[in-house]
Design a protein around this ligand. Structure first.
Ligand code: AVJ
Ligand code: FE
Length: 436
């Protein structure tokens, strides 16, 4: 009944906000203050900017928009508006110092929980099913992933620790699976906390295609490197070739060759690149070139979602590859439980009806598609979440990574970035069309 639903959403909002804040606290307390105010890369904000920006977005949406409260510190809104100052310029702004940023975020959170206590989840779209609270929990988790990227870029000793994923025997299943042609339902009109760009559900015709059972591994990617893949313009788009030449790109980010093997730096530790792990920190151009070298191509976004959600037995689209149940640790490598992807072939309980593995978690997967609105899209609740990014400059990534929390990961969830970006936790799998 309606009252039980309201209490379930209130509980889910509370748990999601609380676990997001635990992660934010970990990411901003495992280093000393100078590491919070420093800029570790011009690609990223100082960590202390993300911290106060998290609080500011929560204030804007939960305190001002939902509860009609006055601004706590109206003078800081501009500092934390992502569109007013590019990341590279943020260190020179008069940002709240770490102690003040923590207090500000905590004050907002205290008030937001009071709002949540009395909230009635009906009446307008922002409140329905506690959407505003879910949106803010997802926003905080997205910035937690951003902060994890900053941690990876940071020089210096290891600050974060997590157990490794369970080892698995090398994957011996089929290399690819056939996804039958025909329409499937893409996007959602029913997922309560889905963001605007995932809506609405609509029918998509997808011709039959084959898709890799597991993501492309480091070992497979090394074969591309050893075969001279980075020196052969045949495999690259014109833009991609120009980019890797101009920037001397010869291997995934953080890799270096030493003593006849590939080493990589990962969160302050240098290690031999593990061959069975999905390749990580490649840009779209690299993924696209690898696929061409392999005689294949990247999947389109619609193909990726069909492989992840379509159940051929019922014709229905599932919430996740394994069904409609929320992600558990048996399904996928999510939520920064580990600080690396799990070996290819992990998580058999998370596979799709057709047997495709690791679609959710581990590495964000590049698709061939530009970020475009679905038919019937309307921006909600603000154009700057996704509408302003629609167009050919951004490529879509799907499925989430080990750095994504379950609250911000679904079969319908869409991420995007420039085709040159590789500081993100990005990998890919390949596909091929069925010949007529
Ligand atoms: C959807 C991950 C591309 O981090 O730029 C955070 C998410 N939007 N604050 C980003 C987001 C506003 C966004 N991505
Ligand atoms: Fe943001």
């Amino acid at each position: 009944d309606v009252e039980t639903d309201v209490e379930a959403f209130r509980e889910r909002a509370l748990t999601s906000l609380t676990s997001a804040r635990e992660r934010t606290t970990l990411l901003t307390s495992c280093v000393e203050d100078p590491d919070l105010t420093a800029q570790h890369s011009p690609l990223m904000s100082p960590l202390v900017w993300d911290l106060a920006h998290i609080g500011n977005q929560e204030e804007l949406w939960l305190l001002r928009a939902v509860a009609g409260q006055d601004a706590i510190r109206p003078e800081i809104d501009g500092l934390y508006d992502a569109f007013e100052h590019p990341r590279a310029a943020r260190p020179s702004l008069p940002l709240l110092p770490p102690a003040e940023a923590r207090l500000y975020a905590a004050e907002v959170r205290g008030r937001a929980l009071d709002v949540l206590d009395g909230a009635v989840f009906r009446g307008n779209r922002l409140m329905e099913a506690g959407f505003a609270f879910g949106m803010i929990a997802q926003h905080e988790q997205q910035h937690d992933e951003t902060m994890l990227i900053t941690h990876q870029l940071r020089k210096g000793p290891q600050a974060l620790h997590a157990p490794d994923p369970r080892p698995v025997p090398p994957f011996t299943g089929p290399r690819e699976v056939l996804v039958p042609g025909g329409p499937f339902t893409m996007g959602t009109s029913t997922e309560p906390w889905a963001l605007d760009n995932e809506r609405p559900a609509h029918a998509r015709e997808v011709p039959p295609f084959h898709i890799d059972t597991v993501p492309v591994t480091n070992g497979a990617y090394e074969a591309f490197i050893e075969d001279g893949g980075y020196d052969d313009p045949r495999w690259w788009t014109a833009d991609g070739w120009a980019h890797i030449r101009r920037n001397s790109v010869h291997a995934p980010a953080y890799w270096r060759r030493e003593g006849g093997q590939w080493l990589r730096r990962r969160f302050g530790v240098t290690e031999v690149v593990p061959p069975d792990e999905p390749v990580l920190h490649v840009c779209w151009y690299e993924a696209d070139a690898y696929a061409r070298w392999a005689g294949r191509r990247l999947p389109t976004e619609a193909e990726w979602e069909k492989a992840a959600r379509h159940d051929p037995a019922t014709g229905r689209s599932r919430r996740y590859p394994w069904g409609d149940a929320d992600p558990g640790p048996e399904h996928a490598n999510l939520g920064q439980r580990h600080l690396r992807p799990a070996p290819a072939g992990s998580y058999p309980e998370g596979e799709s009806p057709l047997g495709v593995r690791q679609l959710i978690g581990d590495v964000w997967e590049w698709t061939s598609s530009d970020l475009l609105p679905y038919p019937g899209f309307t921006a909600f609740p603000y154009k700057e979440y996704s509408e302003v990014f629609f167009g050919p400059e951004y490529k879509v990534l799907r499925g989430g990574s080990f750095a994504v929390d379950a609250v911000a990961c679904r079969g319908t969830f869409r991420n995007w970035d420039y085709p040159i970006r590789r500081q993100i936790f990005s990998g890919f799998r390949t596909a091929r069309s069925v010949e007529a």
